[in-house]
Design a binder for this molecule. Structure first.
Ligand SMILES: O=P(O)(O)OC[C@H]1O[C@H](O[C@H]2O[C@H](CO)[C@@H](O)[C@H](O)[C@H]2O)[C@H](O)[C@@H](O)[C@@H]1O
Length: 390
């Protein structure tokens, strides 16, 4: 399968996303729960506050922008201190947390038992999931071993990478053509083919990868995003000229969203960065702010996120209305929670949270870090290969 960047868009404006405009079989309304077995949930459900999508600076107003910056970006010391305070040691806290979010490796048999007779659709976040978190976003390379593991698993299951990054950038990092790519938090999707997998090749998990479509629900925001991105960069440059305080702050243009990174900024100066972003955003009522790992993410106020992207891809692949499909989404970030939530509520599959420390989540299982993700993907491919051989 070739990635063709210049195909005719399915939809290039931000008009309401209806079934007919999308040209997909069943629209984007919430799934109804399938009959029959439900995916196992462990321990009490931990509620994640629902993301607001209606106005500007929702997060800032509701919880205070500095608090939000700090809570989404705990420093290593702060995490250790919190864990020690609550339960004695980070290891003990992690073990307790694992009761609620069991390791997907330790629960591998349970997952594959559940997957028996079903087709698996696989969704993978990039940063912090396939590549380790590093200080310089341009150097977040995935290892060759990880690439081989993703390639292998994609030979058996339809596999999509869903990232906050610009689509081209994440494709450059991953470098595999036989995958679907959704950049800008799902606002820039390559794929899927016009014919559904199930219509074409009912006996296979992974067929029908024909001509690809481009889906960009926020296309009309492009000029505005470019302009805002330019302003963030200008303001940070001016700030750096006058003061060393924000040394380390960088702006990344992710096409349909902008990332303002503060990982390399002294924590005392985070308020300056946050305040500048806040000031500029006041001029853009159609842009909103969300928080990632040491990053402020500015995006259009459309009701679209990674969860919607998963729904869109499953529907377009003809996999959404089948009870014989198990969707697995692996991710590490707040933005991945939208996808975990969709899977949890629709009972269409399970989220696997990648985290070395306890966190609230809508995922069902957990993995500690990208090396465990690699092990899980390898095991999944081996399992599929072994049952095919039987
Ligand atoms: O959805 P993702 O693929 O997880 O992308 C989310 C953001 O990831 C990148 O930033 C994060 O990773 C960087 C490299 O490890 C790290 O330096 C940064 O602090 C993290 O926030 C990416 O640079 C952002 O544009 C994405 O939005």
């Amino acid at each position: 399968m070739e990635i063709k960047p210049n195909l005719t868009p399915v939809l290039t404006d931000a008009a309401p996303l209806t079934r007919s405009r999308l040209g997909v079989p069943s629209g984007l309304s919430p799934y109804s729960s399938p009959k029959g077995a439900t995916f196992p949930h462990h321990g009490p459900f931990l509620a994640i506050p629902r993301k607001k999508t209606g106005g500007i600076l929702d997060d800032f107003r509701s919880s205070g922008w500095l608090d939000a910056m700090k809570s989404s970006s705990p420093t290593h010391n702060k995490v250790s201190k919190d864990l020690n305070h609550g339960t004695g040691s980070p290891d003990a806290a992690y073990s307790t947390w694992l009761l609620k979010f069991p390791s997907a490796l330790a629960s591998f048999d349970q997952i594959t038992n559940y997957a028996k007779g079903k087709r698996i659709a696989l969704f993978l976040d990039y940063d912090g999931t396939l590549s380790p978190i590093v200080d310089n976003p341009d150097c977040a390379f995935m290892s060759d071993n990880m690439r081989a593991a993703v390639k292998k698993v994609a030979e058996y299951f339809p596999t999509a990478i869903i990232s906050g990054r610009k689509r081209d950038k994440v494709y450059e990092f991953v470098g595999l053509s036989d995958l679907y790519y959704a950049g800008s938090h799902g606002m820039d999707i390559i794929g899927p083919p016009r014919q559904s997998i199930s219509d074409d090749h009912p006996d296979s998990d992974k067929q029908g990868l024909g001509e690809l479509n481009l889906f960009q629900p926020a296309a009309e925001f492009l000029p505005m995003i470019d302009e805002a991105c330019f302003m963030f960069a200008q303001v940070l440059r001016l700030l750096k000229e006058c003061t060393k305080d924000v040394e380390g702050a960088t702006v990344e243009n992710n096409k349909f969203c902008v990332s303002v990174h503060y990982r390399n900024v002294d924590e005392e100066s985070w308020p300056i960065v946050g305040q500048r972003v806040y000031d500029i955003l006041k001029q853009y009522p159609r842009l909103r702010l969300t928080h990632g790992r040491m990053v402020l993410e500015i995006r259009p106020v459309i009701d679209w996120d990674k969860g919607k992207a998963v729904t869109f891809l499953l529907e377009s692949l003809g996999l959404s209305n089948n009870d014989d499909v198990l969707t697995i989404y692996i991710g590490d970030d707040k933005t991945d929670e939208d996808a975990f939530k969709v899977l949890r509520e629709s009972n269409k599959g399970c989220g696997i949270l990648v985290s070395p420390a306890p966190k609230e989540s809508n995922a069902v299982y957990s993995l500690r870090d990208p090396s465990e993700v690699m092990e899980f993907l390898t095991s999944l491919a081996e399992w599929k290969s072994s049952i095919q051989a039987c």
